[in-house]
Each structure stands twice: as structure tokens, then as C-alpha cells.
Design a binder for this molecule. Structure first.
Ligand SMILES: Cc1cc2nc3c(=O)[nH]c(=O)nc-3n(C[C@H](O)[C@H](O)[C@H](O)COP(=O)(O)OP(=O)(O)OC[C@H]3O[C@@H](n4cnc5c(N)ncnc54)[C@H](O)[C@@H]3O)c2cc1C
Length: 586
């Protein structure tokens, strides 16, 4: 195909999601550089969500997600297996369009625990190398929690996160998460009003001697103006939240916190419908990007600095097909690009009450959690568990179709028939869940590469996930669902199924979370990581790669606040140091 060459820009960014637009906002605020963002999906704005909360379309037909008939990934459990394409939405839901997945996220906004950032050393020191799983690939991030703390605070202010501090400047505060790392400030906003099921959970876990706290969320608990002067209203608890854009802008989304700022900047350009195909590079220097625009034309965009922010699977795919860096080979352990793929260990136990819960009111991040079995806490009595996870009761908003059919086990015929429909109506507002997300350690065998067989609509290979659970994740699941069931009994709830069977083999068919991370990881040396601690490519210093793809392993809390914190730190380094002296930052 004939390639048209465009006028050069100073900075070209792949992906108009949370990370790409945050980078653009920072760079255009503090430099005069021209910034172009290329987004493969369609434009979006808050008012698109104002009139049209169609549950079938958004939640069950995945209106805002990547079109799997055009681009998907393949999965296999091990290098011995043949991978097959993921043809239906299951374990994760990649986003597309302006704002990316952060338009339809749940907004739960945890910080990771301090020792997560030095996990490579921490686990060896705590347990001794001989007691760790043979294939463990835990690594240090090259940045500590203390170095990241000011950026966590900036990220919380940008989005207006609400919650209750549990460790303020070293002082433990009852009512917050007392196990969290030290925070320099209380949350920008107070916690939300508590939904009924979370109140029952809070009372029960207090009786059990645990330490409940409101789950931190970037859905506003009151009207708030952020440091960029963006004012958003408090949440109306409408329940149409995760998998939807917020109709009033209470949930932090790129279209309500970033685009209003960027649209006023003359040095900012956003092009939608533009799929980036290659990072063009020569002799350790990125020269620009090739992309296909909406008309199908292939274009070359020269750029002084390239930033890739396409979300984990798209980012690693683009780097692999651009042949930037050394592809990872799990058999030899050589190479870095594609290694340390992680997801998160999600567990749910259904619980049932003899009274209505008014669960139709809610928000994606609304709930109560405990971290008494999270990170390094409370795990020593559980053989085989090296790192734990949070436990929480959330009220995401039970919408009529998606939440119908949560029925206590063995009570009626399951999934069909008149009796099932009757029971569905009877139990609809009396069902809740205790759920957990646990850390996912990195292992040498879990990785990303390009599929040798299957291709996407442009003829490039699909990204291939080699991923399976190990005994460690099963031990985490047993520990956490054990606590779920104990708490449910103290809540006087009827206890239903836990989904621990999901941890027998990794399944692509059941939703877990869209917290798939790793593959282009940051770290302390070019031998063990793709990026330095400022998200700058070790081998191509004018290439920055931002997003969860940089995580060496996954923490227990939802990842986006940490993604934002490392992005803000990288943007500071780029603006304050790289732009002044273009060179490796480490
Ligand atoms: C249903 C759901 C609920 C979630 N809930 C939470 C939560 O409660 N808490 C939490 O912490 N996280 C949550 N997440 C995860 C969160 O959405 C992501 O961590 C976050 O969006 C990552 O931001 P990003 O910019 O890296 O990626 P994205 O937001 O996915 O943006 C990437 C953008 O890049 C574009 N792109 C990709 N490749 C190309 C290319 N080659 N050319 C041009 N454009 C490209 C994509 O179209 C997309 O718009 C949730 C995700 C989903 C789907």
C-alpha cells in the first residue's frame, strides 16, 4: 500500500484512553510541544450517555468494547497447547473509542501496598528462595511506594477519589484501611453513603474483629472541583455504572476530566478512527508511527517522541509487531518483551437474605471492604499463600436483566422454566455477594507473544496469552472464600456457591476483571525489563510505554490508580528532564 507521509509532530501518542489522554494533558499544560493522539475507536462525550441507558446494549452486548470480530486475542494454558481465539466476551472486556475502558470502568481506586513495589526482594527475604514457587518471576518495579506517594495523591485529586484514610502520615485511623501504606493526605472527598448490604457486612466483620473501610472510588460522593478546575456532581446512585458511561459525569472518565481541558489547548490534536500499526524505529530511535485512518489510507506520522498507551494487550502487540526490543522466550527465559503477564485472582460467593436490599441503587465502586487477609496481612496461617487479597461487599447497582436469576442453589430448577422465573423475581432484590480480588504473582510461563496462526482485520497476528493458574492462586482462593463464608454466616445470610472452581484452570469464558497487566514491564535493569522506572524504553530513549503493561506483577486492589500514578511520574520525568535533555533518564 502507498504510504502518505504527514507533517511531523513533536509527540505522537497511541491510544486516546485514560493513560494516553493524561500524558497529553500533562505535556500540553507544561510545554509548547505539539501533541497528536491517535485513537482507533470513535469520538465520545459525556452527553452521549445522558439519554440512553440501554442495559441490553451496554451491559450484555458490550456496546463500548473492542469489536471481537475485528480484533481479539488467543489463549492457551501452556506452551504445550495450541491457542484458540477468544470469540466472545469473557474474562476481560477491552475498551475502544475515546476514553478507552476508563469510560465504562467501575472506578474502584485502591493504592497498592508498599512491599508490592519491591516484591522481588520482599518475598525472598520473607520466605527464603527455597520456599518460593520454582517458576516465580516476581520483580521490583524500580520505584518505591514512597516515591510514588505524591503521584498517587495527584491521581486521587485528578479524579476526586472518595474514601477514608487508614494510615495518615503514619497514624492508624479506625474506619479506614489500617493496613494501607502511609498517605500524606486524607482523600479529596469523603466516602459515599453506605448501601444496606455493605452495612450488614461492616457490622459482621467488625464483630469478627476485622477492620472494615469504605472502598475508595472515583465516583464522586459530592460536587467536587479538581486542580484543573473541572467541576463534577456527586453520584445519584442510579446503578448504571460499570460498563456504562456516567450520564451526569459523577464517575471520573477521560471524557469528563481530561477532554474538557485538552479541547481548549491549541497544541493538542485528537484523530479518531486511526489504528496504529507500527512504531517505526531505526538505530535505537523512534521515527514515528504508521497508521490506517478511517478511509483505509495508510499514513506515516513522523514524531520527535512516541508514547504507546494502548492498554496491555494492544500495547504489547504493537511493540512486538514493530520489533522494538527483545521478544521474550519462556523456554529459555531470554528476552523481556511479553514476560510477566498477570491477571488478578477474583473470587465471589453469592449470599441471600430474607429481606430486600434495595440493591438497584448503587455505583461501581460503592461498598465496604476489609484487608485483614490482603498483601502480607493475615496469611501466615494459610499454607501456600504468599500474598493475599481484599474482601468486600459491593453495591454496583443491580440492573433488571444482568442481575436476574441469582437464586439460592438447589432451591428451584436452574436457568430456565416458569419456576425459575418465579424464583428469579422472588430473590432478585435479596441476593448479594462477598467478593475478593487477590494479587497475581508473575510466573515464567505466563506471557504474551504473537499468535502464529490467527490474524486480525489488517492481517497482523493476534496477541497470544499463555496463562494458567497455579497452586498459589488456588490457595489464595481457598483462604478468601473461607472468610467469605464465615462472614456470610455472621451476616445471617444463606450462603450460595463460591466460584473457586474458576481457579482450577484459567477460563476465558467467565468475567474476572479487565485488570490484565504486564508484558512490557518496568524495572531496575534492561536485562530484566522493557522499560526503566520512568516508563522510557531501555533501548529507544524517545519511546515511552505507559499503562498496566508496565506492572511486573499485579497487586490486589484495582489497578487504575497505580497506572495513573506511574503515568504522572513518567510525564514529569519526560517534561522536566527528557524534553530539556533528550537522553536515557536512568
Ligand atoms: C468493565 C470494566 C470495569 C473496570 N473497573 C475498574 C475499576 O473499578 N477499577 C480499576 O482500577 N480499573 C477498572 N477497570 C480497568 C480500567 O478501565 C483500565 O485499567 C484503564 O482503562 C486503563 O487505561 P488505559 O488508558 O491504559 O487503557 P484504555 O482505557 O483501554 O485505553 C486504551 C485506548 O487505546 C486505544 N488503542 C489501542 N490500540 C490502539 C492502536 N493500535 N491504535 C490506536 N488506538 C489504540 C483503545 O481503543 C483505547 O481507547 C475496568 C475495566 C472494565 C472494562
Amino acid at each position: 500500500m502507498q504510504q502518505q507521509q504527514l507533517k511531523p509532530v513533536d509527540v505522537a501518542i497511541v491510544g486516546g484512553g485514560l493513560v494516553g489522554l493524561t500524558m497529553a494533558k500533562e505535556i500540553t499544560a507544561r510545554t509548547s510541544l505539539s501533541v497528536l493522539v491517535l485513537e482507533r475507536g470513535q469520538p465520545r462525550k459525556t452527553s452521549d450517555f445522558a439519554t440512553d441507558m440501554d442495559e441490553l446494549d451496554y451491559s450484555l452486548r458490550f456496546r463500548m468494547m473492542q469489536n471481537l470480530s475485528e480484533e481479539t486475542s488467543t489463549h492457551r494454558h501452556s506452551a504445550r497447547d495450541t491457542a484458540v481465539p477468544i470469540r466472545q466476551y469473557g474474562s476481560f472486556n477491552p475498551g475502544t473509542g475515546v476514553g478507552g475502558a476508563a469510560e465504562h470502568w467501575g472506578a474502584i481506586s485502591y493504592r497498592f501496598y508498599p512491599e508490592q513495589f519491591t516484591l522481588g526482594i520482599y518475598l525472598r527475604e520473607k520466605y527464603g528462595a527455597a520456599r518460593l514457587p520454582e517458576n516465580l518471576a516476581a520483580q521490583n518495579w524500580g520505584v518505591t511506594y514512597d516515591e510514588l506517594e505524591p503521584y498517587y495523591w495527584r491521581a486521587e485529586q485528578l479524579m476526586g477519589v472518595g474514601g477514608k484514610a487508614g494510615n495518615l502520615a503514619g497514624k492508624k485511623m479506625d474506619g479506614g484501611n489500617v493496613f494501607e501504606g502511609t498517605r500524606s493526605h486524607e482523600y479529596p472527598n469523603p466516602a459515599h453513603k453506605l448501601p444496606y448490604s455493605s452495612m450488614l457486612f461492616e457490622k459482621a466483620v467488625r464483630e469478627m474483629g476485622y477492620h472494615p473501610y469504605p472502598v475508595p472510588t472515583a465516583t464522586l460522593s459530592r460536587t467536587y472541583t479538581n486542580p484543573d478546575g473541572i467541576t463534577r456532581p456527586g453520584c445519584a446512585y442510579c446503578g448504571y455504572c460499570t460498563r456504562y458511561g456516567c450520564m451526569i459525569g459523577a464517575k471520573a472518565q477521560p471524557t469528563n476530566i481530561l477532554m474538557p481541558v485538552l479541547q481548549k489547548r491549541k497544541t493538542f490534536t485528537l484523530k479518531t478512527g486511526c489504528s496504529v500499526r507500527r512504531v517505526v524505529h531505526k538505530d535505537g530511535h523512534a521515527e514515528g508511527l504508521t497508521y490506517i485512518d478511517e478511509s483505509g489510507a495508510e499514513l506515516f506520522q513522523p514524531a520527535g517522541i512516541v508514547i504507546v498507551a494502548g492498554w496491555t494487550l494492544n500495547t504489547v502487540k504493537l511493540l512486538l509487531q514493530s520489533k522494538v526490543g527483545n521478544a521474550y522466550d519462556a523456554a529459555t527465559g531470554k528476552g523481556t518483551l511479553g514476560k510477566n503477564l498477570t491477571h488478578q485472582v477474583s473470587q465471589t460467593t453469592r449470599i441471600f437474605f430474607d429481606k430486600p436490599l434495595n440493591a438497584f441503587m448503587g455505583a461501581g465502586g460503592l461498598g465496604i471492604g476489609i484487608s485483614d487477609f490482603d498483601g502480607k496481612e493475615g496469611i501466615d496461617a494459610h499454607p501456600g499463600v504468599l500474598r493475599g487479597g481484599n474482601i468486600r461487599v459491593m453495591s454496583g447497582g443491580d440492573t433488571p436483566i444482568a442481575s436476574f436469576g441469582a437464586i439460592p442453589p438447589a432451591s428451584v430448577p436452574r436457568d430456565w422454566g416458569a419456576d425459575w422465573k418465579k424464583a428469579g423475581i422472588e430473590w432478585h432484590d435479596r441476593a448479594a455477594a462477598v467478593s475478593s480480588e487477590a494479587e497475581h504473582l508473575a510466573y515464567r510461563q505466563n506471557c504474551l507473544d504473537l499468535d502464529p496462526t490467527y490474524k486480525e482485520k489488517y492481517g497482523d497476528p493476534l496477541i497470544r496469552l499463555t496463562l494458567d493458574w497455579t497452586p498459589h492462586e488456588r490457595a489464595q482462593g481457598t483462604m478468601l472464600t473461607g472468610v467469605h463464608r464465615e462472614a456470610a454466616k455472621v451476616m445471617n445470610a444463606r450462603v450460595g456457591d463460591s466460584n473457586s472452581r474458576q481457579l482450577e484452570r484459567y477460563t476465558t469464558t467467565q468475567y474476572q476483571s479487565t485488570h490484565v497487566n504486564g508484558g512490557a514491564i518496568m524495572g531496575e535493569s534492561p536485562e530484566t525489563s522493557v522499560l526503566n522506572p520512568y516508563l522510557q524504553h531501555w533501548q529507544v530513549s524517545n519511546l515511552f510505554v505507559a499503562g498496566g503493561s508496565a506492572f511486573p506483577q499485579n497487586g490486589s486492589g484495582n489497578p487504575t490508580l497505580t497506572i495513573l500514578a506511574i503515568t504522572l511520574r513518567a510525564s514529569d520525568a519526560l517534561i522536566d528532564r527528557y524534553v530539556k535533555k533528550p537522553a536515557p533518564l536512568v
